[in-house]
Design a protein. Structure first.
Length: 218
């Protein structure tokens, strides 16, 4: 009887930071992404919370994400260098109903870039989430302004999200993992040229909705 060969599986482990101001919904996003649920009573992080997300990326690859949900409290920002160490990606969250949290997102991104980078010296891939979109309608001016904001602040892309209604949570996760995988393979600068993408979806395909976003390929 012939013995069937087993294809070895590659495991990728990525540390991902989840950062942004207080009450923008970071912990709810992590809860939705990892445990597929939403809880109005879910308490905000104090210091840092941890979660693990395992993804069967393809037939030969398993991706494990260590999610570091870091509090937005000002007194913990001085400790951020310790939290950021060895991160391979980041999710920066702001509250779409509170413009001041978008301004703060720029500060969080600058803080991130000043304290951690890839082995190549490049910034870690970061995606911007405009959270709580269930509380407002689509704003074309916002789409245009966030495109510019992401380019000015070197985000790989952005998504409107809702942890409550499960909008674009998984899509944003897949997008970030793709960026981390690209960085992990060490592609050349020419292969990672600037590219604009549109995440499309057929009506009724899932609970999530998709919007335009852009990404730079480093």
């Amino acid at each position: 009887m012939a013995v069937r060969s087993v294809t070895p599986c590659t495991e990728k482990l990525f540390k991902v930071l989840v950062i942004g101001d207080l009450s923008v919904g970071k912990s709810s996003i992590v809860l939705r992404y990892v445990n597929k649920r939403f809880d109005e009573r879910y308490k905000a992080s104090i210091g840092v919370d941890f979660a693990l997300k395992t993804i069967e990326w393809d037939a030969k690859t398993v991706v494990r994400l260590q999610l570091w949900d870091i509090t937005g409290q000002e007194r913990f920002k001085k400790m951020s260098r310790v939290f950021y160490k060895e991160a391979m990606g980041a999710v920066v969250v702001f509250d779409i109903t509170n413009s001041s949290t978008l301004e703060a997102a720029s500060e969080w991104k600058q803080d991130l870039d000043s304290k951690v980078c890839l082995d190549s010296g490049r910034p870690v891939p970061a995606v911007l989430l405009a959270n709580k979109c269930d509380m407002t309608g689509r704003d074309r001016d916002l789409v245009s302004s966030l495109d510019s904001f992401c380019k000015d602040n070197s985000f790989m892309g952005w998504f409107e999200t809702s942890a409550k209604d499960n909008i674009n949570i998984d899509e944003a996760g897949v997008f970030l993992v793709k960026q981390m995988m690209l960085c992990d393979t060490g592609l050349s600068n020419e292969e990672r040229r600037w590219d604009r993408i549109k995440v499309s979806q057929a009506p009724g395909e899932s609970q999530s909705q998709s919007l335009c976003c852009w990404r730079p390929r480093l």
